[in-house]
Design a protein around this ligand. Structure first.
Ligand code: ADP
Ligand code: C5P
Ligand code: MG
Length: 213
């Protein structure tokens, strides 16, 4: 049977379950390297990468009813209402044939965190936190060159403010529960990944749902 990397429909052979799902949240300031490191985690450790920002961008591009509103939030560096983001994450998880997920750029604030908890009823295994100084974040974003509407100095300032005021408290919350794995992200991509690897290597291997062995 043909398989697709981005299934739009499940074949019924396996179901997503909140009881068996393994979730790792990947957080860090804008430009800290979340989107750079996550594909490496996928390649080495068999997780499925869900990027909240990319799911929202796909909504903008699909011209869905919320598209214009999401685009306006993005341009302003504001956090989109959690009901929208959690629904997108839930749909992506339910459509996946994997039960291990790295969720990148989420939860961005307390509202994101509690909405996910209440709707999904899943506690993250741990939170991978890419720690990087503000100056380096700004430099990286200004060099990112991916044509993003929010990669300009004015929006970057707003996003950094949101990060310090709303996302850091979420990281602190998980830190108080002993769930944060902090990585020094101000090093080369390969050096950062060496640390990421050692964090994920400690995880118990989990057989992929639907695998034959
Ligand atoms: P995030 O997803 O956290 O916003 P990205 O992974 O998109 O960040 O990285 C932002 C920019 O910084 C990209 O242009 C990326 O190539 C670059 N970058 C990522 N990691 C590093 C690193 N360790 N050193 C230097 N540049 C990096
Ligand atoms: O993570 P990324 O930098 O791609 O996010 C881009 C934008 O998407 C954020 O600045 C924000 O406007 C929106 N976003 C959000 N809620 C999230 C993740 C991203 O509103 N959990
Ligand atoms: Mg990213």
């Amino acid at each position: 049977m043909a398989t697709s990397k981005f299934p739009t429909q499940k074949d019924g052979s396996e179901t997503f379950s909140q009881e068996t799902a393994v979730v790792v949240f990947v957080l860090g300031g804008p430009g800290s390297g979340k989107g750079t490191q996550c594909p490496k985690i996928v390649e080495h450790f068999g997780f499925t990468h869900l990027c909240a920002g990319d799911l929202l961008q796909a909504e903008i591009e699909s011209e869905s009813e919320n598209g214009t509103m999401i685009q306006n939030f993005k341009k302003e560096g504001k956090i989109v209402p959690s009901a929208i983001t959690v629904k997108l994450l839930q749909q992506a998880m339910q459509l996946s044939d994997n039960k291990r997920f790295i969720i990148d750029g989420f939860p961005r604030n307390e509202e994101n965190r509690t909405a996910f908890e209440n709707i999904m009823k899943i506690e993250p295994e741990f939170v991978l936190f890419f720690d990087c100084p503000e100056e380096e974040l700004t430099k990286r974003i200004l060099n990112r060159n991916q044509g993003r509407v929010d990669d300009n100095i004015e929006t970057i300032r707003k996003r950094l403010k949101v990060y310090f005021e709303s996302t850091l408290p979420v990281i602190n919350y998980y830190n108080s529960k002993g769930k944060v794995q902090k990585i020094d992200a101000q090093r080369s991509i390969d050096e950062v990944f060496e640390d990421v690897k050692s964090v994920f290597s400690k995880l118990k291997p989990v057989a992929r749902v639907g695998s034959m062995n």
